[in-house]
Ligand binder design. Structure first.
Ligand code: MTE
Ligand code: HPA
Ligand code: MOS
Length: 781
């Protein structure tokens, strides 16, 4: 049974009791660390002199590449990322030197005294230039089915187009932070803000030249990760570890907000080119798409992210003939990285925009065209990579949402509103999401746990997942509580620690509760089976007539009983004490691997996902055609989370994911100057959503009665899929802009649809409208 228990940290966050790394009490030995970084996008380092800086009072160490005892590298998959730049810098924000000092003043003083000379080299700052220079970061990828070329030729209608989707800054509330504490001998303990403690451990060991067993990484919680700490939380940890190792004192690095925005990678911007063939009904007959990702200066996760974009090129739609090409290009910007959706949003944006165009061309409601193309029944239930779509909830959601959102009624009201208002226009859109759950890198789909029961009957759960605000620890606490039959107050989830659960996968791909939940259950199943040997003789003592069989034993609410004799209960605590007395172990590890999934990258075929999560949303916006401002009037969402483990947390994820997606599609804009400096590197120039931006009416419904077979408590992953529900806002804005020209013109559209974009497009259409009435321009199509 699902339960709405509070998020583990709800009260602690509000009262300020939650301990983040920056709040940790260390000791008077603590030094502050700072990263001295490149001011050029591409340059040779001709001279680097730290002598004067080292003399500043309070400075304990300044390290450069030559001071790294191990390997100078921190690339997570491909070793193409230096920990400290040696001879050349390849982006603005790249670490060159590290300073450890007793206080901030000393650091700033030292920073000013570092002498550096660069020889500036030519830099590549956009995808087009990278393409022109053929700067592929890895070989292109392809997924193909049917005969896209022939089907395109024989399609009654064909559109060709391009779509730009911009990047996105993670804006986790806690910037990248790490605290490194040297121990005995070579030991190094790291308190990390990392979604991937195991990889943090590996990278720290590598740069220090240590064995993994000498490095311990602990993650209590992150103040948000959103993918930005899947690999790039490793960096600060490696830097802090180097300083701690050099000074033999604890060192903390906590990036300033602006530095974090300048130095770290973001969601990849994409330049996507597509061609889509369709018939009079709006059915897609052929689709060709080429994704071009701006990888930044190194590989990081770009290829996995590109793969997920390709695997989501279809979104919820059956594409009979399809070719999907993926390229990732090297530029002189910070290496772009994971961000909620992990390429899914970039892949889905293209087809959603294309479908919208089809509808406008055919003068149909885009919703109808979407419905036409949903995966439906054999043979139209195979994805381009060959995975069969099972337990498809799209139609159920569509039927419900069309009614609950009063879509068609509001569509009519909007038409009237738009006729009556010259300077305000409204628009509405419905968009679906189908999101594949599992790491596409199949081996990552494994997890471990360690469950300890203490002799007072309390339980400590350790698992491989990290808490970043998504409520994973709370869900794991609930899983342990219900599997073990003890009340939640008896259970605690510990900080994530590489010494307790080793060799873990990152907490990512929304799979945290799926895989760690199963590992926790596995550990508990093992302990329970041991306890049964203790329990059964005790139950038999209470029951003089029959013998209790294992299958009949129930663990529930701190008691254990035979389900045929529910009146005769034994306290869980008593059994635990007895078990210890009888020399039965009360602790076990647990393990899980997701069964049956694989993906052949060469062929572009396989079953990469254990299942799909579905969602659907309707948004209505109003734009002001004189200022370009938009207001989000109402959003209705239906989302599928299987049997929710915690509906309150899931609803929070749905709302939060949607709002974060809304930021990406509307106001969040990354801009660089001609030298590669990020111009929008602070909260006053980079606009994330605030409470004022959420929909005025916001209705979120969890789809009922859809248990998910084969997952922990029949639940579904929820972390990322709702992000993509925000396309309804983006396309509602497009609909409103299109209303400026009475839907006779297709707005030129990109993402985000900022106020500026809205204003310029509305202006353009106004001009076109005038030209049409003067008889010059008829139609763009
Ligand atoms: N929710 C909060 N509050 N903070 C976060 O950093 N990250 C998201 C999502 N929801 C995030 C979040 C991302 S990118 C992922 S992959 C998942 O949570 C990871 O956690 P899960 O696997 O436990 O869902
Ligand atoms: N999602 C997030 N992280 C990943 C994935 C994924 O699908 N594959 C590899 N790392
Ligand atoms: Mo989430 S982008 O998979 O960390």
């Amino acid at each position: 049974m699902s339960e709405n228990i509070y998020h583990d940290s709800a009260i602690k966050h509000i009262t300020g009791e939650s301990v983040y790394i920056d709040d940790m009490l260390v000791n008077e030995q603590l030094l502050l660390g700072k990263v001295y970084f490149s001011r050029h996008a591409h340059a040779k380092i001709k001279k680097l002199n730290i002598k004067k800086a080292l003399k500043v009072k309070g400075v304990h160490a300044i390290l450069t590449a030559k001071d790294i005892p191990g390997e100078n590298q921190m690339g997570p998959i491909v070793h193409d990322e230096q920990c400290l730049a040696e001879k050349e810098v390849t982006f603005i924000g790249q670490a060159i030197a590290l300073i450890a000092a007793e206080n901030a003043e000393a650091i700033f003083e030292a920073e000013k005294l570092i002498e550096i000379e660069y020889e500036v080299l030519e830099s590549v700052l956009d995808i087009e230039t990278a393409i022109a220079k053929n700067q592929l970061i890895a070989p292109p990828r392809k997924i193909e089915r049917g005969s896209p070329d022939e089907a395109m030729k024989s399609s009654p209608h064909v559109f060709k187009g391009e779509l730009r989707t911009n990047g996105q800054e993670h804006w986790y509330l806690e910037t990248q932070t790490a605290l490194a504490m040297p121990g005995e001998g070579k030991e190094m303990m790291i308190h990390a803000s990392s979604q991937n403690p195991t990889e943090t451990q590996a990278i720290v060991a590598e740069v220090l030249g240590l064995q993994k067993n000498e490095v311990e990484v602990e993650v209590k919680r992150m103040g948000g990760g959103f993918g930005g700490k899947e690999t790039q939380g490793n960096h600060v940890a490696a830097w802090a570890a180097l300083l701690a190792n050099a000074t033999k004192r604890p060192v903390k690095i906590h990036l300033f907000r602006d530095d974090d925005q300048i130095m770290t990678g973001k969601r990849h911007r994409y330049l996507s080119k597509y061609e889509i063939g369709f018939n009079e009904k709006g059915q897609i007959l052929a689709y060709k798409v080429e994704f071009n990702a701006d990888a930044g200066s190194s590989t990081d996760l770009s290829m996995s992210i590109l793969e997920r974009a390709m695997l989501h090129a279809d979104n919820a739609y059956f594409l009979p003939n399809v070719r999907i090409i993926g390229n990732a290009w090297k530029t002189n910007l910070p290496s772009n990285t994971a961000y909620r959706g992990f390429g899914g949003p970039q892949g889905i944006a293209v087809i959603e925009n294309a479908i919208d165009k089809i509808a406008r061309f055919l003068k149909k409601d885009p919703t109808e065209v979407r419905l036409q193309n949903f995966y439906n029944q054999e043979p139209n239930i195979y994805t381009p990579y060959g995975q069969k779509i099972e337990n498809n909830h799209l139609f159920k959601m569509y039927d419900k949402l069309i009614v609950s959102s009063e879509y068609f009624k509001r569509r009519k009201e909007i038409e009237i509103f738009n006729k009556e208002n010259e300077f305000s226009k409204r628009g509405i859109a419905l968009t679906p999401v189908k999101f594949g759950i599992s790491f596409t890198t199949s081996f990552l789909n494994q997890a471990g746990a360690l469950v300890n029961i203490y002799t007072d009957g309390t339980v400590l759960v350790n698992h491989g997942g990290t808490e970043m605000g998504q409520g994973l620890h709370t869900k794991m606490l609930q899983v342990a509580s219900s599997e073990l039959g003890v009340t939640p107050d008896r259970v605690k989830v510990s900080a994530t620690n590489t010494s307790k659960v080793p060799n873990t996968s990152p907490t990512a791909a929304s799979s945290g509760s799926d895989i760690n939940g199963m590992a926790v259950k596995n550990a508990i199943d093992i302990i329970k089976s041991r306890l049964l040997d203790v329990v059964i003789p005790e139950l038999d003592k209470l029951n003089s007539t029959t013998e209790t069989s294992k299958e009949n034993v129930v663990f529930e609410k701190n008691f254990i009983y035979d389900k045929e004799l529910p009146g005769k209960k034994i306290a869980f605590d008593d059994i635990v004490k007895l078990a210890h007395f009888k020399q039965v172990s009360l602790s076990s590890t647990g393990y899980y691997r997701t069964p049956g999934i694989y993906f052949d990258r060469e062929k572009g075929q396989g079953i990469p996902f254990f299942y799909f999560s579905y969602g659907m949303s309707v948004s209505e916006v109003e734009i002001d055609t004189l200022t370009g401002q938009h207001k989000l009037l109402r959003t209705d969402i239906i989302h599928d989370v299987g049997d929710s483990i915690n509906p309150g947390i899931d609803k929070g994820q749905i709302e939060g994911g949607f709002v974060q997606g809304m930021g990406w599609v509307t106001t969040e804009e990354l801009k660089w100057d001609k030298k590669g400096n990020l111009i929008t590197h602070s909260p006053d120039t980079y606009k994330i959503p605030t409470v004022n931006d959420i929909p005025k009416i916001f209705k979120v419904e969890i789809l009922n009665d859809v248990p998910n077979p084969g997952t922990i408590r029949r639940s579904k992953a929820v972390g990322e899929p709702p992000f993509m529900l925000a396309f309804s806002v983006w396309l509602a804005i497009k609909d409103a802009i299109s209303a400026v020209g009475n839907h006779h013109f297709e707005p030129d559209f990109s993402l985000p649809a900022t106020y500026e974009v809205i204003l310029l497009e509305a202006e353009k259409i106004k001009k076109n409208k005038k030209q049409v009435s003067a008889g010059i321009l008829v139609s763009k199509q």
